[in-house]
Design a protein around this ligand. Structure first.
Ligand code: CO8
Length: 258
């Protein structure tokens, strides 16, 4: 497995786990760390044995945002030339399920990373927010877009303008968090859920993810056409035969991902 400086990577059965690992600075996301996260997830994406990926943080927090020390000296030209977000954009090309498990703080770029994943599980102690406004900047990795698509314009504006931190319970009520857990069992419960998901037919998970993602951008009619093609496509898979035969033969299906 590649040697990373700011993350730790491991596999567990059919899961690929990525742990953010700069605990002294609350996993502040510097550029190399973002590169490493994207590389690690892409290598799990290419690994036939991995079916579900999990991202979480080591130490007191999931991530307290982009690394402010690194960003403080940026200017528009350096940012344009760096073009760092091309890497970030590759997160949305991942086809396998990605679950994010957050605790402590999920702020700024850390919150954006969580929102870029498919499912968000949170410890009850998590504080969410976009403090960028207090630094006289704004979210730059999808925060204004993904948050607004999730909770609507007025709620998003109020939250982003204030820069305030909100408790996990409120984030859950707003529909941002899928599951809340006591901090002590967050990773264990997330892995349990990911294990369950890893037993499902991978091609179905994949095409469901693709179709649901289209629902955000497409009209209902276009979205339904897209969904239908994916529905038809699954009938070309061995797993569809296995799933339906297992039902008819009253046995447990064994899905191979083809
Ligand atoms: N960048 C750099 N260092 C950080 C960051 C950060 N974002 N957050 C915390 N740290 C460091 C602190 O400087 C401190 O270091 P040291 O011990 O050397 O002084 C250490 O982590 C521990 O932090 P605190 O002592 O501050 O811990 P507290 O428990 O008192 O406070 C807070 C925790 C409230 C989370 C506080 O650390 C804080 O406000 N952090 C900054 C939060 C923030 O403003 N985040 C937004 C950053 S901007 C951003 O994310 C833009 C995204 C653009 C796209 C990025 C794509 C990746």
């Amino acid at each position: 497995m590649a040697d990373y400086k700011y993350i730790q990577v491991e596999t567990k059965d059919q899961l690929g786990l990525v742990m953010l690992n700069r605990p002294k600075v609350l996993n502040a996301l510097n550029r190399q760390m973002v590169s490493e996260i994207v590389q690690a997830l892409e290598s799990f994406e290419q690994n036939d044995r991995i079916r579900v990926m999990v991202v979480y943080g080591n130490g007191r927090a999931f991530a307290a945002g982009a690394d402010i020390d690194e960003m403080a000296v940026d200017n528009p030209v350096s940012l344009e030339l760096l073009n760092q977000f091309t890497e970030w954009d590759r997160l949305s090309l991942l086809k396998k399920p990605v679950i994010c498990a957050v605790h402590g703080f999920a702020l700024g770029g850390g919150f954006e990373l969580a929102l870029a994943c498919d499912l968000l599980f949170a410890a009850e102690d998590t504080k969410f927010g976009f403090p960028e406004v207090n630094l006289a900047v704004m979210p730059g990795a999808g925060g204004t877009q993904r948050l607004t698509k999730l909770i609507g314009k007025t709620l998003a504006l109020e939250w982003l303008w204030s820069g305030e931190m909100r408790e996990a319970g409120e984030a859950s009520r707003l529909g941002i968090v899928n599951k809340l857990f006591p901090k002590e069992v967050l990773i264990e419960e997330t892995i349990k859920y990911a294990q369950m998901l890893s037993k499902k037919p991978p091609l179905s998970l994949r095409l469901i993810k693709e179709s649901v993602s289209k629902a955000v951008d497409y009209s209902l009619y276009e979205g339904m056409q897209f969904e239908r093609k994916n529905f038809y496509l699954l009938f070309a898979s061995e797993d569809q035969k296995e799933g339906m035969n297992a039902f008819i033969e009253k046995r447990k299906a064994n899905f191979k991902g083809r």
